[in-house]
Write a protein that binds this ligand. Structure first.
Ligand code: SF4
Length: 377
């Protein structure tokens, strides 16, 4: 496995658009949960899984920064027991701007974390309230200043567009403010209204005035252009970075390589099998009492599935899918397996071949889902 994802499912607030596996922090067995992460790592280490080749560790959630300094210290101590953190190429954590205190930044830094992915979403005060965020529009700049003082350089922020009643002008202002921070990496996602969220309920009641597809496409176009002008290259549909600052961990997913998923509800891909851990905290913790992994479901990835994944994950990268790598990995020519699909998609102007790779065209980037679906049987 090349990467390790560790899920911290706690949040001090629940955002209106969020469908991740998370719970309110209050009254949760947080300390016990952190110890359970250690138990899962120890079970894996004792049953033939090696963390020696790891290139990345990624703390995600939920919000890892919802933990106290002491809890973060303990979590990092546990990770150090199993992972040679100094040998990693990247050790990231997700963070919320109003939780990333100087104290926590120092704990993260001394624990070997070298990349911050901060959930900013918008620089518009009204929109932040509307989507259920608790930080203010000024918090990110302060936090990033503090983070730089503590020694973090590799910092990314997440932004969301297509928010309720968001105007093009508001999105442009957010992009201006984001770029004025001169970060090496930015992610920009369109809002997706998922079931079981506050937004989903509002939508069903006709009370979620979204900007509509055309405006959303204009916002995406603006994102791409503004990032390009600022020298942040679009290396994946929603991700932009200066050269050499692409997220190594996320590239592992898009390269269809293996990674461990640790924690409640985490998904992983190891030894040719994709698996999902139990989501509810209690179930996750109790399922390890007999010394077994907390895996709820697991399945061997068939060759057909692996080829499909190689295509729809790989095409998310603007570098595309290498024809040669595909052949080396599967012993089959890309053309023999997907010749008809490739022909159809290139006929529609959605993909093209260049430098030995199949890539999305500019038009294909906007219609990614239509392209990816073609590779699913
Ligand atoms: S978006 Fe992040 S902070 Fe908000 S509820 Fe979801 S996991 Fe928690």
């Amino acid at each position: 496995m090349r990467g390790m994802y560790i899920h911290i499912p706690f949040c001090h607030q629940i955002c209106h658009y969020c469908d991740f596996n998370k719970v309110f922090f209050k009254n949760q067995p947080v300390d016990e949960y952190i110890e359970s992460i250690g138990t899962e790592l120890s079970i894996m280490a004792n049953t033939g899984y090696s963390f020696k080749e790891l290139e990345t560790v990624f703390l995600g959630g939920g919000t890892p920064t919802s933990l106290s300094e002491l809890q973060l210290e303990r979590l990092l101590e546990i990770i150090h027991e199993y992972v040679d953190v100094r040998a990693l190429k990247e050790f990231s954590t997700e963070a919320n701007p109003d939780e990333l205190t100087r104290g926590k930044l120092a704990v993260l830094k001394s624990g070997g974390v070298d990349r911050l992915s901060i959930g900013v979403q918008s620089f518009d005060e009204q929109l932040l309230k509307r989507i259920g965020r608790t930080h203010s529009a000024d918090d990110p700049a302060k936090v990033i200043r503090n983070a730089r003082e503590v020694g973090f350089e590799n910092i990314s922020i997440d932004l969301i567009y297509g928010l309720p009643e968001q105007t093009i002008q508001q999105w442009e202002d957010t992009l201006d403010k984001a770029l004025s921070l001169e970060l090496p990496h930015y992610s920009g996602y369109s809002l997706i209204v998922e079931p079981k969220t506050v937004f989903y309920n509002l939508m069903n009641k006709g009370k979620l005035p979204l900007p509509g597809e055309d405006i959303e496409a204009e916002m995406f176009d603006m994102l791409i252009n503004r990032m390009d002008k600022a020298g942040r290259l679009q290396y994946e549909i929603s991700n932009f970075a200066t050269l050499g600052n692409e997220s190594i961990h996320n590239l592992i997913y898009w390269d269809n390589d293996e990674y461990a998923g640790i924690g409640a509800g985490a998904h992983g891909y190891v030894k040719g099998k994709r698996y999902a851990n139990y989501g509810p905290l209690k179930k996750y913790m109790e399922s390890m009492e007999d010394g077994s992994r907390p895996v709820m479901e697991e399945h061997e990835v068939t060759e057909t599935e692996a080829m499909e994944e190689e295509m729809f994950l790989g095409l998310r990268k603007l570098a595309g899918v290498s024809v040669h790598s595909f052949e080396t990995k599967f012993g089959k020519s890309l053309n023999n397996v997907y010749g008809d699909v490739l022909k159809e998609l290139s006929g529609k102007g959605l993909i093209f071949e260049s430098e030995g790779s199949i890539k999305l065209t500019g038009k294909g980037v906007f219609r990614g889902n239509e392209v990816f679906q073609q590779f699913l049987k």
